[in-house]
Design a protein. Structure first.
Length: 233
């Protein structure tokens, strides 16, 4: 898992763009790029998202499906910046909009702040669907590593699970999504060792402890279950 976390931090947008076919690189010319949109309405840069929307629509009433990317980084580091370009391969026909979000990291707040932020971002996109010609019923969330964990939690939780939060201007809008793409994100922490057998395992345990908000060996089974997406399936 440590290697997955490191990998998600090392992906360079420059290298990624260089690998894209020329038609895909030119596709950016067909999109409006909106940066640093605040999906909560406060002054926290961790509550910003970027949005790519096709300039041309089949009709004035067309609604564009959305691919929303959530970055990795062990819930402790990482940023939305440049991550939206990972979705470029899917945009070359102008059939999708793309979004990439920041969320609060564990050095600012422990769980459930991270999922509260993700859900607020989904609600914001739905709340602004008409303005940007987005389809609120066709949102796919994609994440890598820690982002994979968060998007899977988005896909498995319901309002009665108590993880909605009340952030943002659209608390009444459901945060459900149509589908999830999880790239190597953990889904079940209940069998996680509380003492690692290697330096790498202890690094992972420290990251999860920061997410829980206390050492893993003192956290209750209920608390560990609350961060595990499989709990809500």
């Amino acid at each position: 898992m440590v290697f997955s976390l490191i990998l998600s931090l090392l992906v360079s947008s420059t290298a990624y763009l260089a690998e894209l076919p020329a038609p895909v690189q030119h596709a950016l010319e067909d999109y409006n790029f909106h940066t640093n949109l605040n999906y909560v309405g406060d002054h926290n840069p961790r509550h910003h998202l970027d949005l790519l929307v096709p300039k041309a629509l089949p009709s004035p009433t067309s609604k564009t499906p959305v691919i929303l990317f959530v970055h990795g980084g062990g819930w402790k580091m990482g940023s939305k910046d440049n991550e939206i370009f990972k979705i470029l391969r899917f945009l070359h026909k102008g059939q999708y909009a793309a979004a990439s979000i920041n969320y609060r990291l564990t050095n600012e707040a422990p769980w459930p702040a991270q999922i509260h932020d993700c859900k607020a971002a989904v609600r914001w996109i739905k709340g602004h669907a008409e303005e940007y010609h987005l389809d609120p019923d066709r949102i796919i969330v994609w994440g890598a590593s820690a982002g994979g964990h968060l998007v899977t939690t988005l896909g498995t939780t319901k309002p009665e699970d108590g993880l909605e939060g009340d952030l943002g201007p659209f608390p009444h809008i459901p945060s459900n999504v149509l589908g999830v793409i999880n790239y190597f994100g953990p889904c079940d922490f209940r069998q996680m060792r509380t003492v690692g057998q290697s330096m790498e395992e202890n690094m992972v345990i420290d990251l999860i402890s920061d997410l829980v908000g206390e050492p893993l060996n003192t956290a209750s089974p209920e608390k560990i279950a609350s961060i595990s997406p499989v709990t809500y399936v």
